[in-house]
Design a protein around this ligand. Structure first.
Ligand code: GLU
Length: 477
């Protein structure tokens, strides 16, 4: 869906490399990428690593790996730490123009001020005491050993923007405390580097969580102050847990790495995260291109979307049930359970996770514990064994064989099929046996029927070689 001429749309995803990506920030990354790709635009991955103490190279690596796993691509990378000189230049400029002013309160003093304001029924807005200090007072505070932090003097204007998700927004700057941009130790808070980088790097759209709405008001004013045109903003409602509460600690910290380790399909995770909070159906998609093609930021609403891991499991299963062999093949190979297209077609409808294919691979090609459900089935299983057609087998073999058995034994329905399934697969349920039987082949089927008949007799306990736990307990004698 790329337009012929390059679009000026440029977005950024700006993680702090202080931890792993979790479902919340992965969603922000994905929505940014889908928005940009839909518009034929560009994606910048910006590492907000100005907090040197907490930023780590291994998290940078992990974030890259997790984004790639999810299917998010980016065109460029920037480290904020590499732009420190430019940030310092802007700080110096703002100090020079008096917009950035020194404040000397300790956190305790600030807390005391806020408490007093509340007690007087006033909003806890910073009183600009720093702005009123004389040179002499400043010198005295510095002589006491105090180091200033620096606040941006906000203009008391109504800051307005048209939010792509929330619609027209406005914030009265008179109701905001002048934000601290520089800490007493000289390090920068997130606000200034973010605005400077967005401006310098040509960011046209800032898409992030609604927890940044107030930041946006301040950033728009700062951006204009620096002579820039603010980017277009979109604030996504934050995810809640299935019960509608804030995303619990466990879910909130649910990392993409956890989901990958859990064996979920990246496309299922992407399909869910791209559509939570939109009016779109949450349904499997063929590939990332389909997600891009169906993406429209206007479909996001203000209601808080629920993130329920059970939805993800369901979507994952639906995705697998419709997955083409060509798409599954590399993954099956990696798991050493590639049984070819006929195997995939036979088992995909029974998978919740792709790794479940291992269980059915053992049923089709490996060794399992055949089960004889009850003593009455022993004779039937022997009859069935004798009636097993000669090879070659095909999709019709099962029907022909069980048809003949029905006629010979008078058994039908569950009485006919259950003992055969237990004998051939060791399980009560599973893929269609018409598809599985030709994969197993005659020698394996003969062996399983014989062992199941013995188990049914009660003569022999099932041998203990198995490929994974049985899905239910045997009832054989
Ligand atoms: N590093 C910031 C965060 O992770 C970026 C926020 C933004 O998108 O501006 O919250």
């Amino acid at each position: 869906m790329c337009p012929a001429t390059p679009s000026p749309v440029t977005v950024r995803f700006a993680p702090s490399p202080t931890g792993l990506l979790h479902v919340g920030n992965a969603r922000t990354a994905l929505v940014n990428a889908l928005f940009a790709r839909r518009a034929g635009g560009r994606v910048l991955l910006r590492f907000d690593d100005t907090d040197a103490g907490r930023s780590r190279a291994d998290y940078v690596e992990a974030i890259r790996r997790d984004l790639a796993w999810l299917g998010v691509t980016w065109d460029n990378e920037v480290f904020q730490s590499a732009r420190a000189d430019r940030h310092a230049e802007v700080v110096a400029h703002l100090k020079g123009t008096g917009r950035l002013y020194a404040c000397y309160e300790t956190p305790e003093e600030l807390e005391y001020k806020r408490r007093r304001q509340r007690a007087q029924g006033r909003p806890p807005i910073y009183d600009r005491a720093g702005l009123a200090l004389t040179d002499a007072e400043r010198a005295r505070l510095e002589a006491e050993g105090r180091r200033p932090h620096w606040r941006l003097r906000l203009d008391p204007e109504d800051i307005r923007w048209d939010d792509l998700v929330r619609g027209p927004c406005h914030y009265d700057a008179a109701h905001l405390s002048d934000p601290v941009l520089v800490r007493a130790d000289g390090t920068l808070l997130y606000t200034l580097p973010s605005v400077v980088d967005d401006l310098d790097l040509g960011i046209t759209h800032v898409i992030r969580g609604e927890d940044h709405v107030v930041n946006t008001a301040v950033q728009i004013q700062l951006c204009r102050l620096l002579g820039g045109t603010p980017p277009v903003h979109a604030h996504l409602s934050l995810l809640t847990d299935a019960a509608g509460g804030g995303l619990s600690k466990r879910l909130g910290s649910l990392s993409l790495a956890d989901l990958r380790d859990d064996g979920l399909e990246p496309l299922a995770v992407a399909a869910l995260l791209a559509r939570l909070g939109t009016s779109d159906d949450i349904a499997p998609v063929a590939d990332m291109a389909a997600l891009v093609a169906g993406f429209d930021i206007a479909h996001f609403g203000r209601a808080t979307p629920k993130f329920d891991p059970a939805d993800l499991t369901r979507l994952n299963a639906r995705l697998l049930h419709g997955m083409a062999y060509a798409d599954a093949r590399p993954r099956l190979k990696a798991l050493r359970v590639d049984g070819g297209p006929a195997f995939w077609e036979a088992v995909r409808g029974n998978l919740e996770r792709l790794a479940d294919a291992a269980e059915w691979h053992a049923v089709a090609f490996g060794d399992i514990v055949p089960r004889g459900a009850s003593a009455e089935d022993a004779g039937f299983l022997r009859t069935a064994r004798e009636a097993l057609p000669e090879e070659p087998w095909d999709a019709d073999t099962w029907r022909a064989w069980t048809g003949a058995l029905k006629a010979a034994t008078g058994r039908k329905g569950k009485g006919l099929f259950r003992p055969l399934r237990l004998a051939l697969t060791g399980r009560e349920h599973g893929p269609d046996l018409a598809a599985l039987l030709p994969l197993m082949g005659r020698a394996r089927a003969l062996d399983r029927l014989a062992r199941a008949a013995l188990a049914a007799d009660g003569h022999v306990r099932s041998p203990s070689i198995t490929h994974g736990p049985l899905s239910d307990k045997g009832t054989s004698a």
